[in-house]
Design a protein around this ligand. Structure first.
Ligand code: PDD
Length: 285
């Protein structure tokens, strides 16, 4: 039984209750983060909390806690759950009013919820073979840089992949790559790692930043620029990155092989660097 945090109280997840009047439930009016934890150490916690702060600010939702208070709650949730590697889900909603009204309520406390799950990273066969993806038009709103709980479009887009027996949907807006339904996307062409630039059209991924830092550190040629759909289709490698998928090769897109249909050398190297980097964090480095 996992332990969660709800509005100041640690309790069994199965017993936690929120009001049906909560704006998270009625409007998807909230911000969230997913923070991976390795050997009980949260990975890039400061960066996740900074992104949360940015989302809350854009949603005009006052941050209920200081950074040190957030860190304290995250560490407490990690300590109270059994797994050594965890995925911490954190969300803040605008709280529960007495009536349904689009306009922001006055004097309502936000709802703060954190839970932990065992961290499930890609299984060995996916690492060895990569995964299949489909492509779709990115029909989400124009603030995809915010990590809000209003994820219906992302859910519909992810389900499109599942319906095709695939793992992810790669999104294109006006012919340009944005990201995946729940991941960022990188490609490799002629030995150069390419990533779309951060904008209002994609989530600024924590893993995305780590990958670009590792590329710079190890001298991998890389460029952050707009990427055409055709460049993705004919890329040598395509990867998805996220806090839970880490660096995972996409080896077919819309039933067409990417490169030779096997995870490529740049991606395999990046995954190895990523695993090494995680170990420095686990050692407290
Ligand atoms: N999603 N883009 C989208 C739309 C995402 O939902 C995610 C992560 C990412 C990658 O961000 P990061 O590297 O910070 O995890 C990009 C999380 C894991 C989720 O919703 O479960």
């Amino acid at each position: 039984m996992s332990t969660c945090y709800l509005n100041g109280t640690y309790q069994p997840l199965a017993e936690a209750r929120v009001s049906p009047m909560d704006r998270g439930f009625l409007f998807g009016d909230g911000a969230y983060e997913v923070i991976p934890v390795y050997s009980r150490r949260p990975f890039r916690l400061a960066e996740h909390l900074a992104r949360l702060e940015r989302t809350l600010e854009a949603l005009r939702l006052p941050n209920p806690y200081r950074l040190d208070e957030w860190a304290g709650i995250v560490h407490e949730i990690v300590a109270r759950n059994t797994w050594s590697d965890q995925s911490i889900y954190l969300q803040v909603t605008r709280g529960a009013d007495t009536r349904r009204n689009h306009a922001f309520p006055i004097g309502v406390q936000p709802t703060v919820f954190l839970m932990s799950e065992a961290l499930v990273t890609p299984p060995a066969d996916q690492l060895a073979n990569g995964v299949a993806a489909v492509s779709a038009a990115d029909f989400r709103w124009l603030r995809c840089d915010l990590k809000t709980t209003a994820l219906l479009a992302n859910c519909l887009l992810r389900q499109m992949a599942i319906d095709h027996g695939c793992a992810e949907t790669v999104l294109f807006r006006d012919g340009f790559l944005t990201e995946g339904s729940a991941s960022n996307i990188f490609i490799v062409r002629d030995g150069v790692l390419l990533a779309p630039p951060k904008s209002h059209l994609m989530l600024p991924g924590i893993t995305y930043d780590v990958v670009l830092e590792l590329a710079a550190k190890h001298g991998v040629a890389h460029e952050v620029r707009d990427i055409l759909k055709d460049e993705v289709r004919t890329a040598d490698e395509v990867w998805m990155t996220s806090s839970t998928k880490e660096v995972l090769a996409i080896t077919s897109l819309d039933d067409r092989l990417i490169g030779d249909g096997r995870p490529g050398p740049v991606g395999r190297q990046m995954l190895a660097w990523y695993q090494d980097f995680k170990k420095t964090v686990m050692r407290g480095g």
